[in-house]
Write a protein that binds this ligand. Structure first.
Ligand code: G6P
Length: 470
């Protein structure tokens, strides 16, 4: 496995002692159980500017750290990855910035990842590269190690052609990705947009779900599969955790700590401008003003885990979110009641499961999201089939979870009426919808995702061995 971030972040105390903390984000949630099961090596960054270091083990995982200097954290990670690609791939919700020194650093760091993988991968191994930070790695790695089978998965959306066209290095990115044998996307629409973009920029024709690359120099003709493989979670593990009596006790305790209100709503996001947190707050605040929600009997708990805190757009968002929290509680709260409980913190899986159990309604309102695994986690934890999921049409999860209360988060009136519907939904309807969604999440769980993706990758590996295009 190769991803920008390892599944654990190194936290260094003042006295120099190191401890490990689970990394944020959906990528780690999904990939970690697969690595634990398959026992592969994971190459990635430790999460702070460092000199790299020796391979180490956490649980049953063997991790190989890649070094990033403080300057590379600035230019490659905070710059090109998170202030160019992230906003560009998320419908330019924030304006992407294009800087040549950011790009140069992106190339250098991608080269370093490719070199490190080339050094540790066994002959003929399958290498699985993840996400937008490493889109050049497939072609770089193929050059260094033509014996490998290379797979790539994009966890975030692939942008519409007209937006991708803004990128000054659009051709290099496409050629980097086409170094893979299999390219996985979250949604069919992402895969299709990629295939058409690749055809337009390279002239290589699309054949079904493949892009046909001609023989070039010493490399034979080959076909790259670009297809959707919607990611998921370890649904069984979440359901098991949620069924433990201790979790149920903690869920009751959370409700009691909130003052046992009639309705508990929950939002769980990285503090990111793609997540629609301010839209959610606006709808909530107007419902309190309009007396459609009772501020003495309704609580919205918003978990906003810290993310990319040195990137300008994230600093600005934090200010806006925290101003809104203060305004809403100032206007609608009392000494006895805080309608909006805001937690700028991360929690472990047990506390998250207890929060999911405590919440009558989960609000997932991103303006654009590759998948959104929080929605699936909530569903997996609701083993008694009650609870309501309010879900943005712009999250990949909406394609599978059609029984959710779907919303367009830009439409504040629509969002308000969806929240009212959610808080008053008859129990029989909750059961019907939740049961259907739980069946979906259980049947396409993360093991299933990995199986179908790796099935396609083995198909590509067999075709390579037989010397024919896949
Ligand atoms: C999203 C991305 C991941 C990323 C994670 C956390 O889930 O798809 O690639 O690792 O966010 O973001 P960070 O910048 O902290 O790694």
């Amino acid at each position: 496995m190769v991803s920008n971030r390892l599944p654990v972040d190194c936290v260094e105390a003042a006295d120099g002692t190191k401890t490990w903390r689970t990394s944020p984000g959906g990528l780690v949630t999904a990939v970690e159980p697969i690595v634990e099961q398959l026992g592969c090596v994971w190459v990635g960054w430790e999460g702070s500017a460092s000199t790299g270091g020796e391979p180490f083990e956490v649980g049953s995982m063997r991790l190989i750290p890649v070094e990033l200097s403080a300057r590379e954290v600035d230019l490659y990670y905070e710059g090109f990855s998170n202030a160019t690609l992230w906003p560009l791939y998320h419908d330019v919700i924030a304006p992407p910035e294009y800087h040549r020194d950011w790009w140069d650093s992106y190339v250098t760091v991608n080269e370093r990842f490719a070199a490190q993988v080339a050094e540790v991968a066994a002959t003929g191994a399958i290498v699985w590269v993840h996400d937008y930070q490493l889109q050049l790695v497939p072609a770089m790695l193929r050059k260094l190690r033509p014996d490998l089978t290379i797979a790539f998965f994009l966890h975030i959306p692939f942008p519409p052609r007209g937006l991708f066209a803004q990128l000054p290095w659009r051709r290099e990115i496409i050629e980097g990705l086409l170094g893979a044998d299999v390219l996985g996307f979250q949604r069919a629409a992402d895969a299709e947009t990629f295939r058409l973009t690749a055809e337009a920029l390279t002239g290589c024709p699309v054949l079904g779900n493949h892009i046909a690359l001609p023989a070039r120099d010493s490399s034979p003709a080959r076909a790259v599969l670009a297809q959707e493989f919607p990611i998921s979670i370890d649904a069984e593990a979440f359901a098991r955790t949620a069924s433990e009596p201790e979790m149920q006790r903690r869920a009751r305790e959370i409700r009691a700590e909130l003052g046992n209100p009639a309705v508990v709503m929950l939002g769980v996001d990285r503090l990111d401008y793609t997540k629609g947190i301010l839209h959610r707050f606006k709808a909530f605040s107007e419902l309190l003003t309009d007396d459609e929600l009772d501020p003495t009997d309704t609580v919205l708990v918003q978990v906003a885990s810290p993310s990319r805190e040195r990137v300008g757009a994230y600093m600005q968002l934090r200010d806006e979110v925290e101003t809104a929290v203060g305004r809403i509680n100032g206007e609608h709260g009392s000494v006895a009641h805080t309608p909006l409980v805001y937690l700028h913190q991360s929690f472990d899986r047990e506390e998250m499961a207890a929060l999911y159990l405590a919440a009558d309604v989960l609000l997932v309102t991103p303006l654009r999201d590759g998948m959104n695994l929080v929605a699936k986690e909530y569903v997996a934890c609701r083993t008694t089939d009650d609870g309501v999921l309010v879900l943005s049409e712009f999250a990949g999860a909406a394609e599978e979870l059609g029984e959710a209360t779907l919303v367009n988060p830009h439409d504040i009136e629509g969002l308000k009426s969806a929240i009212v519907r959610a808080t008053t939904m008859p129990i029989a309807e909750q059961h019907r919808r939740m049961r259907a969604m739980r069946a979906t999440v259980r049947s396409n769980d993360v093991a299933n995702w990995a199986r179908s993706y790796l099935g396609a990758v083995s198909g590509a590996a067999d075709a390579r061995e037989a010397g024919r295009p896949a």
